[in-house]
Design a protein around this ligand. Structure first.
Ligand SMILES: *[C@@H]1O[C@H](CO)[C@@H](O)[C@H](O)[C@H]1NC(C)=O
Ligand SMILES: *[C@@H]1O[C@H](CO)[C@@H](O)[C@H](O)[C@H]1NC(C)=O
Length: 466
């Protein structure tokens, strides 16, 4: 029954999208049509101070051999209202691809065990931080105003039956890490996972934390609680990740891209025969920014600059790039070996109260769409990744990650009807919510149906992704 509803829903959404997309279809021309669907994650429950860091297996995802063109996600409540970051801070959501042996289900708990079994094969991106940053899609607080569309004629190829091992099927999981900061004593401290505010001295595996570890993911794991102001009361509520996947059916006109996530904390060093240094990548994901002033007051004008050199064994044409930073971030740049800028990605801070414009939070990151062929990385080229933070005050658990899409081929010149010179300094909210507005009717239908579908099946998976 639920399955029939779902199929029907997808059909309806696709139909509505098709009706709503006459101009886009005209632009895509003879190529196949752009499809889009709205989904909800399983429900998670939040109350003031609470942390959810869950992995949802086998999330809804378009079926078949397709090229993903965009993946948009945000937190909504049970009525479908977007929830602002000062209520629920979205630390991150990430979506990973995996192969699941048919007829065998992953244990609901103890996901680490599940991942080591041959029934379950993670399909990581092509980046160097495979074990910890293997996702295909993912963002944090910037999710509402960061342009992530893959420009034509490119796409992220998934669901290719020739790649799926016999006896397996391709599936997707979503890791959601969200912190309810309603009524907390120190909002920034809670979002930076400061251990004292969580009253945490051991990590989620019971391993004691070093006194030097002041904050980060090891202190804000699932079911921890950030300190709330005395006497503050607010309702427990159910929330969802609402996500919109946009895709086209795979065909020869689509050029595939590889996904790389580069991490400024990667401890890898360029191999040097004379020292015999370790060349395995070890990505810490997080780092701390120390305050440049002794008093930890508000002292403006100091910048913390962190950099790493990373060699790309296989190069190609960068067709999209964007950085991920936390509060305090002031920009990140990826340079080529000769010092040329491949992409500079700059945060936008909100200035209001509403979802997508929350004051003090990074609500968007600018992304780069280099003209195809203009941002080429050579095989074996050593890139430099720089991540800048304001160090007027201390920050714990910040990140400096670059997500880039790389293609082997450049399109033949006649593929373009319009010159694909795309520049996205900043995405305005109406544009980022374009999909939601466009599919208004479909969204309403989707919500009603999906709530029925999701009313069962909340569970307590452990985080394994980050
Ligand atoms: C912090 O944790 C300790 C031990 O785990 C506990 O005894 C104490 O009551 C906690 N403090 C607060 C404020 O929750
Ligand atoms: C980062 O900081 C360095 C040194 O302060 C500066 O040269 C560079 O332009 C900054 N880059 C970005 C993207 O902010």
């Amino acid at each position: 029954m639920a399955h029939c509803l779902q199929v029907w829903l997808l059909y309806l959404v696709t139909l509505l999208v098709a009706l709503n997309f006459p101009n886009s279809q005209a632009r895509v021309k003879k190529e196949n049509s752009v499809k889009s669907a709205v989904f909800l994650s399983p429900k998670f429950e939040h109350e003031p101070g609470s942390v959810v860091n869950q992995v949802y297996y086998n999330i809804d995802f378009p079926k078949g051999h397709i090229a993903v063109k965009n993946f948009y996600a945000e937190v909504v409540d049970e009525a479908g209202n977007p929830i602002p970051l000062h209520e629920t801070y979205l630390h991150h959501w990430v979506v990973n691809r995996y192969y699941q042996r048919k007829g065998v289900e992953v244990p609901k708990h103890n996901a680490n065990l599940g991942f080591q079994q041959s029934d379950f094969i993670l399909v990581n991106n092509d980046g160097p931080c495979q074990n910890v940053l293997g996702q295909y899609f993912g963002l944090g607080s910037e999710t509402r105003r960061t342009d992530t569309h893959v420009p034509d004629p490119y796409g992220i190829e998934v669901g290719n039956p020739a790649e799926i091992p016999p006896g397996y099927e391709e599936r997707w999981l979503m890791n959601v890490h969200a912190i309810d900061t309603r009524g907390v004593e120190d909002r920034l401290g809670c979002t930076e996972c400061r251990c004292d505010l969580y009253n945490v001295t051991v990590d989620e595996y019971g391993i004691p934390l070093s006194p030097d570890y002041a904050g980060g993911l090891r202190c804000c794991y699932d079911e921890t609680r950030c300190r709330v102001r005395e006497g503050f009361q607010s309702a427990r509520r159910g929330l969802y990740m609402r996500y919109i996947v946009t895709w086209v059916d795979w065909d020869a006109s689509v050029l595939p891209v590889r996904i790389y996530l580069l991490d400024v904390t990667d401890t890898w060093k360029k191999f040097d025969d004379s020292t015999g240094r370790d060349t395995t990548h070890h990505c810490l994901i997080e780092y701390d920014v120390e305050s440049c002033s002794a008093s930890d007051g508000t002292y403006d004008g100091c910048t913390d600059t962190k950099r790493v050199s990373l060699t790309m064994p296989t190069g190609g044409n960068v067709i999209y790039a964007v950085a991920h930073q936390h509060t305090g971030g002031i920009g990140s740049t990826l340079y080529g070996e000769d010092g040329r800028v491949i992409c500079s990605s700059i945060p936008t801070y909100g200035g209001g109260n509403e979802a997508g414009n929350e004051a003090g939070y990074i609500v968007g990151m600018s992304s780069c769409y280099p003209y195809p062929g203009s941002a080429k990385i050579s095989d074996g080229e050593t890139l430099v990744l720089v991540s800048n933070y304001s160090s007027g005050r201390r920050h714990t658990g910040v990140m400096g990650i670059f997500y880039i899409l790389v293609a082997d081929e450049t399109p033949r010149p006649n593929t373009f009807v319009h010159a694909p010179v795309e520049k996205h300094e900043e995405m305005t909210l109406p544009v980022s919510l374009f999909g939601v507005a466009l599919f208004g009717v479909a969204v309403a239908v989707a919500l009603v149906v999906a709530y029925h579908k999701r009313s069962e099946g909340e569970d307590g998976y452990q985080s394994i992704v980050m």
